[in-house]
Design a protein around this ligand. Structure first.
Ligand code: PNS
Length: 215
């Protein structure tokens, strides 16, 4: 098993003084301030560690068991794996980026070298901010290949130092996509075993909210 990495972010006194408000803050307020300043992924994972940091980017709207399988396998291959949710409201996601991150955080807790964050803009820039050298993507079928090839080659052109590593989807999950899960669920089909139970519960709540709104 991968040993739990120590949290190595150390605050100097001056850093702490500059982030702690002058008027008697509660410990919770101080913690909230620190959490706002340091992204979630840097709180959980050691910074400046040697070893390979990989980014697993995607829409994750919502996370499926296929994604989760890739996260589990990626966590064994790389020293740090950051699951990065694309913040792109023009795609009209069913769940907000914050909700998608919450769903991911609910299921990745058992992998100590995995963290969740979000990004907007170019993926290569996001990878650079994390000093990541690998982009992780899954391939389910030949139909994924063209899209993935285009993205990988574009990302290589933008940053030749960043390698895209593909893992073949586990055959048990190779037919699952977030889009199909949402469609089947919206039409009353059974999606158990396709997404984590916590995601199924959130889907139920979201669909009944939408029904109430008449959407
Ligand atoms: O799960 P998805 O929706 O197939 O993920 C697509 C994703 C997020 C990997 C892709 O849209 C992306 O990287 N977007 C960021 C914008 C970008 O960097 N585009 C240029 C390189 S392809």
């Amino acid at each position: 098993m991968y040993p739990a990495p120590p949290v190595t972010r150390i605050f100097s006194l001056t850093t702490l003084v500059s982030i702690v408000p002058a008027v008697s803050p509660s410990p919770a307020a101080v913690f909230a301030t620190i959490v706002t300043i340091i992204p979630e992924s840097e709180i959980r994972l050691p910074r400046n560690s040697r070893g390979v940091t990989a980014i697993y980017p995607g829409s994750f709207d919502p996370i499926t068991n296929g994604h989760l399988d890739l996260i589990q396998r990626g966590s064994r291959l790389f020293d740090r794996l950051i699951v990065s949710v694309l913040r792109n409201e023009t795609k009209e996601p069913l769940f907000s980026a914050a909700e998608r991150m919450a769903m991911l955080n609910e299921v990745v807790g058992k992998y100590p070298n995995v963290a969740v964050d979000s990004f907007a803009g170019l993926l290569v820039d996001h990878a650079g901010r994390h000093s990541a050298t690998v982009l992780l993507r899954g391939i389910r079928a030949i139909s994924d290949y063209e899209y993935e090839l285009q993205m990988a080659l574009m990302n290589r052109r933008l940053n030749p130092g960043l390698e895209t590593v593909f893992l073949l989807a586990n055959e048990a999950y190779s037919f699952i996509s977030s889009r199909l899960v949402k469609e089947v669920f919206a039409l009353g089909g059974n999606i158990s075993g396709l997404v984590p139970p916590s995601v199924e519960a959130r889907l139920k709540r979201r669909m009944s909210q939408l029904k109430r709104k008449g959407a």
